[in-house]
Design a binder for this molecule. Sequence first.
Ligand code: 6GU
Length: 253
Amino acid sequence: MKITILSLFPMMIEPFFKSSIMRRAVEKGIVSYRIIDFREFADDAYNRVDDIPYGGGAGMVLMPQPLSKALESVSARGKRVVYPTPSGRLFDQKKAYELAAEEELVFICGHYEGLDQRIIDEYVDDEISIGDYVLTSGETATLVIIDAVFRLIDGVIAKDSLEEESFSSCLLEYPQYTRPARYCSSCVPDVLLSGHHAHITEWRDDQRLARTMHVRPDLLSGASLSPRMRRKLIKVIEEKRTEDLENGHYQGN
Ligand code: 6GU
């Protein structure tokens, strides 16, 4: 996959491509990247890329000319152009798979109050938000999206790691432990030391269910559960309902 990033702060982006799993993907030739500082396309003597918004209001808007020139310089028309913005659709694993199927992606990192709408209308295919909070720059959001996407490309990480994953099956992961078995007077659960694989799987499934129930019950509607896990879930829900009734919390509907 070819990744192009238009950014005013290339130094925020570069280290990601030179570290860890991304570095290996680049070395193997699975990913190639270029970072374009679109300030270089500014057309005034001060290298200005932003200006005040028409209609008034706080902050600055990125001017259309430098971005348009930068986008034309990378032949962005006909390529999938992603603009990370808090006004976009919420990013999720499904979108990550969709983007991972592309041969080439172009990202525009916004700043200040964002891009002139005409650039969005002319070039952008996907406006993506990474969550309901506000970041200072598009660079960090761009890296989050790239991280979620590139690891899904064949050859980047082992296939079996992908298969076990939380959000693919809509359940959160079970807790992990490694040596030593006793650490600061706290012990690894006995079942994990038992060597009994069926019991370990059962324990892990229960942990995933309980964790999801408590932390992200919204995920359960999309989860594909084994018959045993389904029975377990019903039991946990019934226990919780009984507990709520006893505590007077139940609001029936
Ligand atoms: Cl994509 N950008 C910024 N600046 N803030 C965000 C975001 C993106 N997604 C959530 N918050």
